[in-house]
Design a protein around this ligand. Structure first.
Ligand code: NDP
Length: 334
């Protein structure tokens, strides 16, 4: 079998040289483990931070060792038998074709309850929950709010905008990195307005799209986007600080937002969060978002790359914006 290991730690933008595609034996599951044949794995922006040797909310990847992250697969051996062979499970050992995982660390899912298995890594999984918790709990979204979301054509952002629309937003505005993505937002996902942040300064484009200001900003990007949003937020505006992808490959400290002091006079609430601390919301999230997905009121595009050996390229493509919706790697068929 193959697994992907960290070959070296990058400074600035990672390249294929920072990854090794290694051949190794299929692991033997221990008595408390199951052996999973992975079908899909997730590549996520937070993995860029784990390539650095820095202290964070999640430990760094180790040079010479396999990477890990969200995956879904089929149980092919189960020594203790508690989880049956053939069960479909979500777990944390992606970046490899087979994984021996402690039975306590897998979540058995119903393959028939989702449009595709991959949905459990995206719209019905970690990224969907991030959108739900960030918008509703962290930014305290209320019907009638005008909402701006950056990274809006990505996995989290595309769901944020649609939840806001379905929960009664007055106006939903998104930014993304190409004209095709901006059109996808307005024509397919029901955003009221969208712009390509590469066309002109974010501040100018946001002001044009939201002439009366915004109530909520869902930040996936940081930098110029956060600064623009602070400028356009109305009094008592709320910000969910979800990610800052514009700076993940930076080698110098960020220079903005330069207008943070406006948060005082406007009495803004800016709040960060980590989705894994909000798993108690999984039930509400699956009931509400799963319902919208089933009846076609919410849609979730995926960008799928085939084969484990292409996972590093999929990850680099994610950082460059080559995905629309959730970026995934398909490792096998069920
Ligand atoms: P996405 O699917 O949104 O993929 C990343 C996107 O970022 C790319 O498609 C690209 O789109 C955009 N991007 C890359 N560089 C820049 C840049 N310099 N400026 C603006 N946009 C850029 O990934 P996710 O939905 O998985 O993640 C979105 C954000 O949410 C990330 O910041 C991530 O770290 C964060 N996150 C946080 C979590 C938490 O618990 N707090 C959990 C999950 C995600 P484009 O073409 O538009 O540039």
């Amino acid at each position: 079998m193959k697994e992907i290991r960290l070959a070296a730690r990058p400074t600035g933008w990672p390249t294929l040289e920072h990854f090794d595609v290694a051949e190794c034996e299929v692991p033997e599951p221990g008595n408390d483990q199951v052996l999973v044949r992975n079908l899909f794995m997730s590549v996520d922006p937070y993995m860029r931070g784990r390539m650095n040797d820095t202290k964070s909310y999640i430990p760094p990847f180790q040079v010479g060792a396999p990477l890990d992250g969200g995956a879904i697969g089929e149980v092919v051996a189960s020594p203790a038998g508690g989880i049956p062979v053939g069960a479909v499970v979500v777990h944390g050992y992606g970046w490899r074709e087979y994984a021996a995982v402690d039975a306590r660390q897998v979540t058995v899912v119903d393959p028939d309850a989702a449009p595709t298995l991959s949905a459990y890594l995206g719209v019905l999984g970690m990224t969907g929950l991030t959108a739900y918790v960030g918008l509703l709990d962290i930014a305290q979204f209320r019907a009638g709010d005008t909402v701006f979301v950056s990274g809006a054509a990505g996995a989290v952002g595309s769901i944020v905008g649609q939840i806001a629309r379905l929960r009664g937003a007055k106006r939903v505005i998104g930014s993304a990195g190409s004209p095709e993505k901006a059109r996808h937002l307005t024509e397919e996902l029901g955003f009221d307005a969208a712009f390509n942040y590469r066309d002109a300064p974010v501040r100018d484009q946001l002001r044009a799209a939201a002439p009366d200001g915004i109530d909520v900003y869902f930040d996936n990007v940081g930098g110029d986007h956060l600064e623009a949003a602070i400028g356009e937020l109305r009094k008592y505006g709320r910000v969910a600080l979800c990610g800052a992808i514009a700076q993940y490959n930076d080698t110098a400290p960020p220079t903005g937002p330069r207008n943070l002091a406006q948060a005082i006079g406007k009495e803004l609430n800016l709040r960060g969060f980590i989705v894994s601390n909000h798993n108690d919301r999984m039930g509400d999230f699956v009931a509400e978002v799963g319902g919208w997905l089933r009846d076609g009121r919410l849609s979730a595009r995926e960008t799928v790359v085939d084969g484990l050996a292409n996972a590093p390229e999929a990850f680099l493509g994610l950082l460059r914006g080559e995905n629309t919706g959730k970026m995934l790697v398909r490792l096998g068929e069920r």
